[in-house]
Design a protein around this ligand. Sequence first.
Ligand SMILES: [Fe+2]
Length: 267
Amino acid sequence: MGDGVGVKRTVEHQGEAKTPTQRSLTFETPNSRPTADAMQQFAESSVRYFPARLFGPLRSAVLSKRPPWAASGAPNDRNGYNSRMTRDQAIHLLREYVVSESLIRHALAVEASMRAYARHLNEDEERWGLVGLLHDFDYERWPEPPHHTREGAIILRGLGVDEEIIEAILPHAEWNEIPRDTPLKKALFAVDELSGFITAVAYVRSTRSLMDVDARSVRKKMKDKAFARAVRREDITGGAELLEVDLDEHIERCIAALRGVRGELGL
Ligand SMILES: [Fe+2]
């Protein structure tokens, strides 16, 4: 496969009726999915085709990489515009970036556990839920460190998502070396691996049901090194310590949370 010039020649030779914007995106990404820079260039060149008077709000949303919902509404004191993303919008974003149904289910499981901890600690359940839903939304496109979480943060900032949500997501990846120093950051770290582990335990039960999982069965599986070996046990025990909760209580709270969404999890 040639370079960008080769691709350009091919397109022109074939005489495809492509707009300049379509061509430029093709040139930027001959072999792979568009990079963030390519997408931004594409967006910037695209808006030239939208007269500002007719497409003002859409044009400014495209230019700032913000969706129309973020460009309107009440000003937010941290970002200058409305950043109260709703759950539906977060789900929409998640599905835009994630194809894998198992990663979607993981997001829903972590969301449920985060919501349970928000209720337990009298915190903002909607906001904590969004952190759970979005914490891995960039993983499928950027699975490798240090890009996972950092690419997502760039996207979320571009969308105007509240900085507190972004700052809570970043430290769940150890390579960012950001202290987990707030209840929100601690909770995400504490429930992430555990929620995945609990769903794995339920999956191998004969009934394949979360109703047949309890703290005892989870702890027993934690000792089985061959089971779900990708899940770091020290992150589960360390998470409970970070939150200053008893490990059994921590596991039971997450199990109860996951049971609440067992229909979506298929368990
Ligand atoms: Fe995760």
